[in-house]
Design a protein around this ligand. Structure first.
Ligand code: ADP
Ligand code: MG
Length: 480
């Protein structure tokens, strides 16, 4: 809800997400799909629309789309139809894109969002269909001319359309992150927004609470979650100010200017009839075997929501910790290796706190973590069996991050073993008390002085004294 000059407004958002299918070949040709290849080095005669070339459907892309549909809890349509969507653009050599229109591969589904206040919200999925990507026009290679790179032309995309169920930029951000997480778990899209494998069009309208939906604008091609959220927030305010100033919203397509943080008009909304859709005569209807679909359903991996619920029940983790751990499958796997036979909460703390911090600083992902789960596990074991203190463990961990060495080796080489010998600790305690008679005298009136002495003893023992023993001895000697 947004408070305008004349009262409250509700923002209504529906997203159209284009997710690039993970597949080695394109949707209707055998050309490669690798990112970053030299321009026009991955183009077949089909992608370049040479006369007489015929599309051949890539079975793996269909599998990926069906798997995604199942992961979105959606209905799989056993009969679907590829259609031509006709429009002229320099990077679309055929003059049409092969897409699906009236009969998409996947029907209604849902995604569940976890809102910051702890509640959940279900967002409806309207449909998912398969279509080809277009090529790319390059405007920055020549002062006058535009070049065309067709490497992307014909790569398989899944267009995932949501119902207008989202109510703020923040919710749209949660939806995109959740969707990305599910796609990555399924292995059907890498979700890499910087490389353009996940792009999003945001439809935004505003209305008075309880009234019918207002006229929407569509903001095209947002390539980061943050930009999508910013664009939606800006657009909602723009529409509210427009209506409150006596104007009306025109249905149109807009672009987000990331440098200025504003949306501006790109073109008036095109209508479906502009595209003159018709079934592609080069392709038969796509008919799926229900047993094949059932088998894929049976082989689905455990998805983030189910995994989070299991982490809470099996490991007794707080839901917030479980949520962070399940966002990426690799993190969840790392945690489970670490937690096996150990204190699960301690394992979660190390992953979420120290490990994430180190990976962030180094700009690394957990797949390439310099500290393997088995090594971090060995470190936790050294704390649990009293070999080192929790304090020293932080130093050992920092060293592990830098060198990749095993914690046992670091502890041995640097002599970091915890001192649990009461005699040695007592000597350090006595020395500290003797060196600071004034603080000793303060103790009766100010018991906080104990902390000062703990610090002194730790300093004298290089942080290696067993903290429980130090506390106990100090209390006894100070007469507390
Ligand atoms: P089109 O085919 O013109 O793109 P769709 O019916 O496919 O229109 O809707 C596209 C997207 O717009 C969907 O994600 C849908 O949820 C969203 N949408 C539809 N109506 C509204 C509205 N009034 N406000 C915000 N989003 C909307
Ligand atoms: Mg649409």
């Amino acid at each position: 809800m947004i408070e305008g000059r004349t009262g409250a407004w509700e923002v209504v958002i529906g997203l159209e997400v284009h997710a690039q299918v993970i597949a080695e070949a394109k949707l209707f040709s055998g050309a490669a799909t690798a990112f970053g290849a030299a321009p026009n080095s991955q183009v077949s005669t089909v992608d370049a629309a040479f006369p007489g070339m015929l599309p051949v459907l890539n079975r793996h892309c269909v599998e990926q789309a069906v798997r995604t549909g199942l992961g979105l809890d959606a209905a799989i349509n056993l009969v679907s139809v590829f259609a031509r969507k006709n429009y002229f653009y320099p990077d679309l050599p055929a003059g049409y894109q092969i897409s699906q229109y009236e009969q998409p591969l996947v029907g209604h589904g849902q995604v569940s969002l976890d809102l910051p206040d702890g509640s959940t919200r279900t967002v409806g999925i309207t449909r998912l269909h398969l279509e080809q990507d277009a090529g790319k026009s390059l405007h920055d290679q020549h002062p006058r001319d535009t070049y065309v790179d067709l490497n992307r032309a014909g790569i398989g995309l899944m267009e995932i359309v949501s119902e207008p169920d989202l109510r703020s930029g923040e919710e749209a951000g949660l939806y995109l992150r959740k969707l990305r997480s599910i796609l990555r778990y399924l292995g059907t899209c890498d979700g890499n927004m910087e490389e353009g494998s996940l792009r999003c069009d945001c439809n935004v309208s505003v209305r008075r609470p309880g009234e019918p939906y207002g006229t929407r604008c569509e903001i095209k091609n947002l390539n980061s979650v943050r930009f999508a959220m910013q664009a939606i927030d800006y657009e909602a305010r723009r529409q509210i100010e427009l209506i409150e100033g006596g104007g009306t919203v025109a249905q149109e397509t807009r672009l987000f200017d990331t440098a200025r943080g504003v949306t501006r008009p790109m073109r008036s909304k095109e209508h479906d009839y502009d595209y003159r859709y018709f079934p592609d005569p080069d392709l038969l209807p796509l008919i799926l075997d229900p047993d094949w679909v059932a088998q894929m359903r049976a082989e689905l991996p455990e998805l983030p929501d189910a995994k989070r619920a299991r982490f809470v029940s099996q490991y007794g983790l707080p839901p917030a910790d479980a949520m962070v751990l399940v966002t990426e499958r690799a993190t969840a796997d790392y945690f489970e290796t670490l937690a096996k036979g150990r204190d699960a909460k301690a394992a979660a703390n190390w992953v979420i706190g120290d490990l994430f911090g180190a990976l962030n600083r180094k700009g690394m992902t957990i797949e390439h973590s310099p500290v393997a789960a088995a090594q971090l596990g060995a470190l936790i074991d050294l704390i649990a069996d009293g070999t080192i203190s929790g304090r020293i463990a932080k130093d050992v961990f920092a060293e592990m991050v830098e060198t990749g060495a095993d914690p046992g080796a670091i502890v041995a080489a640097k002599g970091l073993r915890q001192v649990t010998d009461a005699g040695a600790i007592e000597a350090a305690v006595d020395a500290a008390l003797a060196a600071h008679p004034a603080q000793v005298a303060q103790y009766a009136a100010n018991p906080k002085v104990l902390g000062f002495f703990v610090g002194q003893v730790m300093k004298a023992t290089g942080g290696k004294a067993n903290p429980a023993l130090v506390n106990e001895l100090l209390r006894r000697k100070l007469g507390g």
